[in-house]
Design a protein around this ligand. Structure first.
Ligand code: COA
Ligand code: AMP
Length: 636
């Protein structure tokens, strides 16, 4: 905020574009470098240039050691709050460092060294944070796989990342059921061509698992032995441009994209965001209610708050049902969180159970200052409800796995700008966000187009895809020369506010989880009775969107369609995982197509959503759309 009470945003953003090197060199002063970068941005390296080339750094040192050395040893670093396990666990910065040093040493004993990959297939337990930081400490590259993915998805990631080690746990806990991780892990390793040297498995008391002799090692025993032997991994210096992690995200096919995050750019951007965007000060308590399997969890459960010397809350529970719609308010009040970051879907779930906000008023939220929403479009009714109930600013912000941090948001630390419902507000420093037409020409205000980011991307954004430079170029840089394609469509208004309205590809957003309908179609098509299929996202009051699959059966198939539909639902759960929330499979006689054979997905979606639609001029047979309408009756 300026002395006159006005936001500093305009001047800060303008400087970041006019003098990016000066801007990010200043931001980089917040990081402890082993060797400072030789150049702030080197356009000759990598696909579109590299940030902080020549710098040497260790991310874990910046997240833990420096705070312990400078007076935060006894401050709580991590609060693990699990209504599902019925526990609250707190680790100070010194205790967290101690755990990380021990696990780092354990991994080094397995031969893990700088640049080696380690996959973490873990539920939301403190050990998962310890594991991420221990990888960062020894220079290993972690790749966290979300627990709601099935064995095949894990296998694909094992084959791509080729990890030396996999760290996992006996189980996750979902309301009403224990999710056994071990059978999924075993199946994934069986399916994968690349085999890890070993697995370190955390036995959780809720359900223990059998260990595979010669391959699986007990986490607790290894930890105890390392501590008893006084083993402590030191921080391994790594080039700023080396990868800190790979995080797989849905692409337009079933093969996920391995988003690479570098050490230096990530450190600088994420640290910058903690105060300037989120308005959080070192020493304060911050809560990001995501999962460590998603980018939001990486950046704002683990790295952001710890780099900043804040206290971070890790929550193993749901917004409703654990035990009620007051769960979030209980956590905020009990741990005195000043800011909270979640997905709009969670608020829709709370609002449904507690429309009058009765649970909110049962808790002391006096320390709570700001609510941040991301992961999907924040629909204005949900934002308005949250504002009225919580009486704090509700800030929508837009980002992607690829960028690792916010593209457009409302910078609380710089001074908030007026909120416009439906807009995540304005581009953050380093982002020149344009809306362009098909010829990559910027369009005027309030005109829909493809949202693109001028190259180079700011620090923190992906420099490439793991082992797939060409796919990176082709998927993101080739369509709009000089720009990164976000695959989101929308517009900017006359004040430069960005409005993100939807994807231009086959990605759908289910309860804030990013999924590819193309990937689901591959699974449907693998069923022996299916001749043709289409999967699209249809409106859902809580999850925003849910997938709906249309099936055309092979000629001569005699079995009841309902039986096949059930098998299809089970197949998606088995191959992709429960997170897909694929519960709608509908058999139709044929799929409506254009005369050139393209499936009319847009029109089918409108019919399913109950939106108004017009008959496409290019349709092959208009009756096919009536048939879709008939098939949908009573199903959505
Ligand atoms: N391990 C195993 N299974 C998991 C899982 C995990 N880590 N996470 C979710 N699942 C399962 C769920 O149990 C559910 O299974 P079911 O079909 O047997 O019920 C399925 O995957 C779908 O899960 P989810 O999308 O979480 O739906 P839900 O009905 O359990 O909960 C919400 C709905 C809205 C409460 C929940 O999705 C939510 O809190 N979303 C917020 C998401 C978020 O924070 N995203 C981060 C982006 S910012
Ligand atoms: P993910 O990579 O899982 O973070 O998903 C990124 C996608 O989610 C974006 O490309 C958008 O389509 C969508 N998204 C995320 N945040 C927002 C937001 N605040 N507003 C609109 N869409 C969003």
């Amino acid at each position: 905020m300026n002395a006159d009470g006005k936001s500093r945003y305009q001047e800060v953003h303008a400087r970041s574009l006019a003098d990016p090197e000066g801007f990010w060199a200043d931001a980089a002063k917040e990081i402890d470098w082993i060797e400072p970068p030789k150049t702030i941005f080197d356009p000759s390296q990598g696909i579109y240039g590299r940030w902080f080339a020549g710098g040497v750094v260790n991310t874990c040192y910046n997240a833990l050691d420096r705070h312990v050395e400078r007076g935060r040893a006894d401050q709580v670093a991590l609060i693990h709050d699990s209504p599902l396990a019925g526990s609250v666990t707190k680790l100070t910065y010194a205790e967290l460092l101690h755990e990380v040093q021990a696990l780092g040493a354990v991994m080094q004993d397995f031969g893990v060294a700088k640049g080696d990959r380690v996959i973490l297939y873990m539920p939301m337990v403190p050990e998962a944070v310890v594991a991420m930081l221990a990888c960062a400490r020894i220079g290993a590259v972690h790749s966290v796989v979300f627990g709601g993915f099935a064995a095949k998805e894990l296998a694909t990631r094992i084959d791509d990342a080729q990890p030396k080690l996999i760290l996992s746990a006996s189980c996750g806990i979902e309301p009403g059921r224990i999710v056994q991780y071990k059978p999924l892990l075993d199946e994934a390793i069986k399916l994968a061509g690349s085999k890890p040297k070993a697995c370190i498995v955390l036995q959780r008391p809720q359900l223990t698992c059998d260990m595979t002799p010669g391959r699986d090692y007990d986490w607790a025993s290894l930890r105890r032995k390392a501590i008893n032997d006084g083993k402590k991994a030191a921080c391994v210096p790594v080039p700023a441009t080396d990868p800190l992690y790979i995080l797989y995200t849905s692409g337009t096919t079933g093969i996920p994209k391995g988003v690479v995050r570098d050490n230096g750019g990530h450190l600088v951007a994420i640290k910058w965001s903690m105060f300037n965007l989120y308005g959080v000060k070192p020493g304060e308590v911050w809560w990001c209610g995501s999962d460590i399997g998603w980018v939001v969890g990486h950046s704002y459960i683990v790295y952001g708050p710890l780099l900043h010397g804040a206290t971070t809350i890790m929550y193993e529970g749901k917004p409703v049902g654990t035990p009620d719609a007051g769960a979030f308010w209980r956590v905020i009040a009990e741990h005195k969180a000043v800011a909270f970051f979640t997905a709009p879907t969670a608020f829709r779930a709370i609002r449904k159970d507690d429309p009058e906000g009765k649970f909110i008023r049962k808790h002391d939220l006096s320390k709570f200052r700001t609510l941040f929403l991301a992961g999907e479009r924040a629909d204005p009714p949900t934002v308005e409800w949250a504002e009225q109930q919580l009486k704090v600013p509700v800030i929508d912000h837009w980002w992607q796995t690829e960028t690792g941090w916010c593209i457009a948001g409302n910078p609380v630390g710089l001074g908030m700008l007026p909120v416009k419902h439906g807009s995540p507000t304005v581009p953050m420093p380093g982002y020149q966000v344009d809306v362009v037409d098909e010829a990559a020409k910027p369009v005027g205000p309030n005109t829909m187009g493809s949202i693109v980011i001028k190259l180079p991307m700011p620090p923190g954004c992906l420099p490439t895809l793991w082992n797939q430079d060409e796919r990176f170029r082709e998927a993101y840089l080739s369509e709009f020369p000089g720009y990164y394609k976000t695959s989101d469509a929308g517009y900017k208004d006359e004040d430069g506010y960005v409005f993100v309205m939807g994807r231009t590809d086959d990605i759908i957003n289910v309860a804030g989880h990013r999924l590819s309908t193309g990937g689901m179609e591959e699974i449907l098509a693998s069923h022996p009775d299916v001749a043709e299929c289409a999967v699209l996202g249809v409106k859902d009051a809580i999850k925003g969107e849910v997938p709906c699959g249309f099936l055309v059966l092979k000629t001569g198939v005699k079995r009841a369609p309902a039986e096949i539909e059930k098998e299809i639902i089970a197949l998606v759960r088995d191959k992709l995982g429960p997170v897909a929330a694929f519960k709608l499979a509908i058999t139709v006689g044929r799929l409506p197509k254009t005369r050139s054979g393209k499936i009319l997905r847009g029109t089918i979606k409108k019919i399913a959503d109950g939106d108004s639609w017009t008959m496409p001029a290019t349709i092959e047979d208009p009756k096919a759309l009536d048939e879709i309408g008939e098939a949908l009756k009573g199903r959505v």
